[in-house]
Design a protein around this ligand. Structure first.
Ligand SMILES: Nc1ncnc2c1ncn2[C@@H]1O[C@H](COP(=O)(O)OP(=O)(O)OP(=O)(O)O)[C@@H](O)[C@H]1O
Ligand SMILES: [Mg+2]
Length: 460
């Protein structure tokens, strides 16, 4: 029996759906900008009143309103509805600006109602994400009376991010470009920049195989082309950092070597302190380029090894190590000495000095963790949502971390994948930029100051 003919509108609708599905599949970017986003923007504005009310972002305000007066019965017995102007409390929603598309979602600015602050929006980001049927919502900016949210359609961190290539500015390194390497991407699609000038010291925590060493590789690639000294503390016997020796000014692989190197760093710091005082500047960044000492970035892999003690002799060594690290963390910024401390746990269980050290480390990177305590140790008093985000990083996404941004907010981010071979290649290619220890110790001081151990002025 022949099938009845399919009506034309149904055929057209099926064809349209097929075209949209294929478009989305094969050209997702143009699909989003030309079709997905306009539909989403209309829907966002249309549904905003309900969404704002559901998320508790509306406020009651007294307004003049036409209300119905019930119970007016006419002489014929029919209920007559009468309207009259009356002052009543109505729900007011925050004014929503025009959504703007981004590659992975959209941005939209809201005018805050009286009494609201951007944190009110940060608290309901998860609710907004569900209401808008998207992966995540983040507060990405604020100014007086305004807050900007970013909606993220799909997790851009689900794919491996390619290695960030080393960058050399065509007209040389200016002071403001130094120590700001890009190491990956933020979930907002923006580059993830570890800005040592703004946040001088960083903590890089996470369970084993969560991507800590990959972040160090990305840092090596980002910093190798810059006129800075890189110093490695590799307490895994040198297996992680020794391939990068050509670009490292010094590498310590045992606790004794680390202690000696820390003493020398403190000596360098002391010399720079004297020089700054002599030249009447507050930090090395106020000095002219030609006389500025070489900045130093100290990368420590597996910090726990520095703090573990077996006997009394080791206890003394650990105390001296903790004190030296703490001094650098407290004073290093002004004199261009920066720390990146990596480890699986960086908590008080390692020893009494660790809590004080952690308090001095402003930059936090929390990869996947096995227990909530490690997330709390690393992220501290950041938003509780940051802890939830850190705990929900799955093992199949190594390199994904919750990080503190330059604006003080937290973001999910993923480091660019940099294999040991690639980092080694970059380290070898820029080996000619590696300053010797003597250059680090005497650079910019205007006179030959040797490390503290050999310098009676500093030793005194
Ligand atoms: N950003 C990333 N993108 C893709 N893969 C990554 C990324 N970071 C790490 N990986 C993969 O995860 C594996 C473990 O990474 P890594 O060695 O950096 O972990 P780790 O935290 O240093 O582990 P451990 O504590 O054992 O030293 C690596 O072999 C690498 O292939
Ligand atoms: Mg490692």
């Amino acid at each position: 029996m022949p099938l009845p003919p399919v009506p034309r509108p149904v055929l057209l609708a099926v064809a349209l759906v097929l075209v949209l599905v294929c478009w989305r599949q094969w050209a997702p970017v143009s699909y989003w900008y030309l079709f997905g986003f306009p539909c989403k923007a209309v829907w966002l504005r249309w549904s905003w009143r309900h969404v704002a009310s559901g998320c508790g972002l509306t406020k009651k305000r007294n307004r003049w309103w036409f209300t119905t007066v019930p119970g007016l019965v006419s002489s014929t017995g029919v209920v007559r509805v009468k309207r009259r102007l009356q002052r009543v409390a109505v729900d007011t929603k925050p004014w929503m600006g025009l959504p703007r598309p981004t590659r992975h979602g959209f941005r939209v600015t809201f005018h805050l109602l009286d009494g609201q602050i951007p944190e009110d929006y940060a608290k309901v980001c998860d609710r907004l994400a569900h209401a808008w049927r998207i992966e995540a919502v983040r507060v990405v900016g604020s100014r007086p009376g305004r807050v900007t949210l970013q909606g993220i359609n799909r997790d851009p961190l689900a794919h491996v991010i390619p290695a960030v290539a080393p960058v050399e500015p065509p007209d040389g390194w200016r002071a403001e470009d130094l120590l700001r390497p890009v190491v990956g991407v933020l979930e907002t699609g923006a580059p993830w920049r570890m800005d040592f000038r703004l946040i001088p010291h960083w903590m890089n925590a996470g369970a084993t195989q969560s991507g800590k060493s990959n972040l160090i590789n990305a840092l090596i690639v980002g910093l190798a082309p810059q006129p800075v000294a890189l110093v490695g503390f590799d307490l895994k016997g040198g297996v992680e950092l020794s391939p990068y020796t050509p670009r490292l000014t010094a590498l310590a692989t045992t606790r004794g070597e680390c202690l000696d190197l820390l003493a020398d760093l403190i000596g360098v710091m002391g010399a720079r302190m004297l020089a700054c005082r002599w030249l009447a500047v507050r930090d090395i960044w106020q000095l002219p380029d030609a006389s500025r000492p070489i900045p130093v970035v100290v990368m420590v892999d597996e910090i726990a090894e520095l703090f573990l003690t077996a006997d009394k002799a080791e206890k003394d060594q650990v105390t001296r190590t903790a004190t030296a690290l703490l001094r650098i963390a407290q004073l290093g910024r002004a004199f261009g000495i920066h720390l990146v401390l990596s480890g699986q746990r960086i908590g008080s269980d390692l020893g009494p000095g660790v809590t004080a050290l952690r308090a001095q480390i402003g930059g936090r990177v929390c990869h996947r963790v096995n227990d909530p305590e490690t997330a709390v140790m690393t992220l501290g008093d950041l938003d509780p949502d940051a802890l939830v985000a850190a705990r929900s990083i799955p093992p199949e996404l190594p390199g994904v971390a919750v990080v503190t941004g330059s604006d003080g907010r937290w973001y999910r981010a993923r480091s660019g994948y940099v294999s040991t071979a690639v980092a080694e290649q970059v380290a070898t290619a820029y080996a000619h930029l590696t300053p010797s220890w003597a250059q680090v110790a005497t650079s910019g001081l205007g006179h030959d100051l040797a490390p503290a151990s050999e310098n009676p002025q500093i030793a005194a």
